[in-house]
Design a protein around this ligand. Structure first.
Ligand code: FAD
Ligand code: UDP
Length: 378
């Protein structure tokens, strides 16, 4: 297509958080954008469907958290956020424990009431593992968990959950995964250490609608069904789909973990009293149950809405045709991604961004940060 016939400054493939944030900034800079998405709706994995007056997170529970004030101010300039604080509960064989691992958990596990007693108990619990390691760095998740919190917590709250989530033995998983969880000697059930946290008031669709206001969008359109046409329609492409697919899988397919959701509407205003309950024993086939109303309804609001919607999450290996969720950042996939990245780095007119195009486990706040940065010189 002749340069002059290019209709837009940017074609943005994917209306998830990366594509929508980029489009917002580009529009502010006076650029014309078209956003296309193959799904029947906008918003990518943030998309919520309103069921019985409740915003149901259709692609898994999303909790916004960040310590970056610029990102927090940015999202709040689009939509106001509520005060939701994630404090999941673990259910192990019918007994409940607070998460992340904190004084409440230690009390529930061992009846200890002071930090000093908790430290003594953890020391006793991890002695065997520490002796076995003899000063060597933990090589896998099991060794790391035993060294962090000892055997009772590992066996009851970590082992079963982790093996279900990742479909691999804890001895075959990297140690760093478990270091993401805080261990605290205070009575604090806040799952995150970040300064800011919440859910958009009115749901995530409001955030996406705010970002894409006044921008042309088309849903139900797969870029690969007419790649040549779409490549010619704009001066530049922002691509947020799968990077291996962009290159026709020429070096092979990148792997993912995926999640299957079983959703139920229940005739009871309050099913489990919390948004997130993890089922940490191996024998329960799902990893957790999400009760969506608790993200946005507090106090009497919970009862003013007579029904509730829950989702059971089953973590499974990804196969072609399934929704790709978590990149598997092992050596094999990382090496494969690097090969695609070398090609991507040489594309003069394509920006690859977001969790599928960068093959990266990305929380929402860093995605926004990266999209704003990439859009700086647009
Ligand atoms: P996506 O949301 O995947 O958007 C990509 C878009 O591109 C999709 O809409 C897709 O349909 C479209 N697309 C792909 N290929 C094509 C094509 N060929 N043609 C047209 N369109 C195409 N982050 C947090 O901060 N807190 C959380 O609590 C949290 N929970 C999560 C839970 C789960 C189960 C998952 C999977 C992720 C979670 N995240 C969470 C991460 C969050 O989802 C991501 O940071 C965010 O969605 C990334 O946005 P994105 O635009 O990169 O990707
Ligand atoms: N984890 C666990 N028990 C829980 C919650 C988490 O063992 O009840 C482990 C699990 O291995 C998980 C890791 O801690 O992958 C990090 O937790 P996070 O909530 O960050 O999970 P992710 O973001 O990977 O889903």
């Amino acid at each position: 297509m002749d340069e002059k016939l290019k209709k837009y400054d940017y074609l943005i493939v994917g209306s998830g958080l990366f594509g929508s944030t980029f489009a917002y900034r580009a529009k502010q800079e006076g650029k014309t954008c078209l956003v296309i998405d193959k799904r029947p709706h906008l918003g990518g994995n943030l998309y919520c469907e309103n069921i019985e007056g409740i915003n149901v997170h259709k692609y898994g529970a999303h909790i916004f958290h960040t310590s970056n004030k610029k990102v927090w101010d940015f999202v709040n300039s689009i939509v106001e956020f509520n005060r939701y604080t994630n404090s999941p509960v673990a259910n192990y064989k019918g007994r409940l424990f607070n998460l992340p691992f904190n004084m409440n958990t230690f009390y529930q596990m061992w009846n200890v009431t002071t930090p000093e007693q908790a430290i003594a108990k953890i020391e006793e619990q991890k002695r065997e593992a520490a002796t076995r390691l003899a000063g060597r760095e933990p090589q896998n998740l099991e060794e790391q968990a035993l060294l962090l919190v000892g055997k009772d917590i590992y066996e009851r709250l970590i082992k079963g959950y982790t093996e279900k989530q990742w479909g691999r033995a804890c001895t075959d998983l990297p140690a760093f995964i478990i270091r993401r969880l805080p261990v605290r000697l205070v009575f604090d059930n806040n799952y995150f250490n970040d300064k800011y946290q919440g859910i958009p008031i009115g749901g995530y669709n409001k955030l996406i609608a705010g970002l894409l206001e006044g921008i042309e969008t088309k849903t139900g359109v797969d870029f690969f069904e007419n790649k040549e046409y779409w490549m010619g329609i704009a001066e530049k492409i922002v691509f947020t789909g799968k990077i291996d697919q962009f290159y026709d899988y020429r070096f092979g397919k990148l792997e993912y973990r995926t999640v299957r959701f079983e959703e139920e509407i229940i005739d009871n205003p309050n099913f489990q009293g919390n948004a997130v309950v993890n089922y940490t024993e191996r024998e329960v086939p799902y990893t957790r149950i999400i009760e969506h109303k608790h993200f946005e309804m507090f106090g009497q609001e919970v009862y003013d809405c007579p029904k509730t919607v829950i989702s059971k999450e089953y973590s499974t290996e990804w196969k072609a045709g399934m929704e790709p969720y978590y990149p598997v950042n092992d050596d094999k996939n990382t090496a494969l991604y690097q090969k695609y990245k070398l090609l991507a780095d040489k594309e003069p007119n394509v920006i690859f961004g977001g969790r599928l195009a960068e093959y990266k486990y990305y929380d929402m706040a860093p995605v926004i940060e990266k999209a704003l940065k990439d859009a700086e010189n647009c």
